[in-house]
Ligand binder design. Structure first.
Ligand SMILES: [Mg+2]
Length: 412
């Protein structure tokens, strides 16, 4: 089974997506997600100029060998652009292999370890009443776990707070936060860590008082705290029994998590911007985190993320794969197949894609009673409608960035 065609498809239905489509001489097709939010065209060039020419004529069955060939033969290893490109090839080859076998991919990965995947959604509000409405809307949609992000007094616009309602396939309004904005320059947001840390515990106290002790609650610190600040926040949130505190520090310095860990029993999740197992090595080996936030799209594909999460399993560390709307339906499907098959699944982030995206990417997954399932179609269970994709050309878009009150650029 030989790869005889490789196409890179850029489409922007509700946001930009980069997709690799491979076709074999036997007529099987496979899709891979290569979307790198805000830097999409760098991956397009990497794929078109340096990867596609190497794929033509290769044996489509050799998934591991192709991964190693692309990773090692480049000499320049790792990095978000390289690993997103390798991820797309890896996903597309697994898609083809599973279609050739006539099975949904999770069967090739060991079969189902559970009936469905617990998913969490993003509730947010500038003030408590708006936040409570958002939590109720998510409960009404069937979510059994909810991330809580809140406005901070004195700050105008910050990460995680919905600033516009997005439409969904069934016409309902949701509160999910899509941070990338179309335009030629990133928008500026403001930040003050001390105000945030003073405000947040009271918000969680109010949410617990309103919704009770049972509901799993999550929070994303979005890389903004120093290690000692993160340690303090983790301690302050302990009474509210968080499912996890996410990205409490930037974490390029893995040692920072050791300091946080020494001070708090709040579970820690990290790694949505990591590219390889090496970014997780100390965190897993020294048991400094509880959940691996890697995304199949940014960690080099199913092959690499499965190795990372299998390593984490030896330390009772679970999955919490990154799943915002910049992970395309192809990447989400790949994560669902992996999550269904591994033993150490924890939770899956699930922001619903918009209706235009759902028309471009025809999907077989189901979401019932708060649980995701990738479906029974052979392969990943996603097909790209090329006519729909062609309606939405690329539009430049950037994630925002942060400045402190004195004008200093801060982690966003
Ligand atoms: Mg996050």
């Amino acid at each position: 089974m030989i790869i005889d065609k490789a196409e890179v498809i850029v489409t922007s239905p509700d946001r930009n997506f980069v997709t690799l489509k491979l076709t074999t001489n036997e007529g099987h097709t496979g899709l891979g997600d290569a979307t790198l939010n805000g830097r999409e065209l760098a991956v397009v060039a990497y794929l078109q100029d340096h990867v596609v020419p190497l794929l033509i004529g290769r044996d489509a069955h050799r998934v591991e060998d192709t991964w190693q060939f692309l990773y090692r033969s480049a000499y320049w290893r790792r990095g978000p652009v390289t690993m997103a490109a390798i991820a797309a090839v890896d996903m597309a080859l697994w898609d083809i292999k599973a279609k050739a076998a006539g099975m949904p991919l999770y069967q090739l990965l060991g079969g189902a370890s559970r009936t469905g995947l617990l998913a969490y959604g993003h509730a947010s509000g500038k003030e408590l009443p708006e936040l409570f409405d958002s939590v109720r809307a998510h409960l009404d949609q069937g979510y059994r776990a909810i991330r809580i992000q809140t406005g901070v007094p004195g700050l105008k616009a910050i990460y995680g707070i919905a600033s516009q309602a997005a439409d969904t396939a069934d016409g309902s309004i949701r509160y999910d936060h899509e941070p990338a904005r179309r335009g030629a320059f990133p928008t500026e947001e403001d930040w003050d860590t001390r105000s945030y840390m003073r405000h947040l515990p009271g918000v969680f106290e109010a949410v617990r008082n309103e919704f009770g002790p049972e509901l799993p609650l999550l929070h994303d610190g979005h890389h903004r705290m120093t290690p000692i600040q993160a340690a303090r926040l983790g301690k302050d949130l302990e009474p509210y029994d968080l499912f996890w505190l996410e990205d409490c520090t930037p974490a390029e310095n893995q040692e920072a998590l050791r300091l946080v860990r020494q001070h708090t029993t709040t579970p820690l999740a990290i790694g949505e911007i990591f590219n390889t197992v090496w970014d997780f090595k100390d965190l897993i080996r020294d048991q400094l985190i509880d959940y691996v936030r890697g995304a199949v799209t940014h960690m080099g594909g199913i092959t690499a993320l499965k190795k990372t999460i299998d390593y984490a399993a030896q330390y009772q560390i679970k999955s919490g794969f990154h799943g915002p709307t910049d992970i395309s339906p192809v990447g989400m499907a790949a994560q669902m197949h992996l999550g269904l098959s591994i033993h150490n699944f924890g939770i899956q982030e699930y922001m619903q894609h918009g209706s235009k995206t759902d028309q471009v990417f025809e999907q077989s997954f189901t979401w019932r009673d708060g649980l995701l399932h990738p479906g029974a179609n052979p392969g990943l269970g996603v097909e790209l409608n090329i006519d729909e994709a062609g309606k939405y050309p690329y539009e430049q878009a950037y994630l925002p960035y942060n400045r402190l009150a004195d004008g200093t650029v801060h982690d966003w």
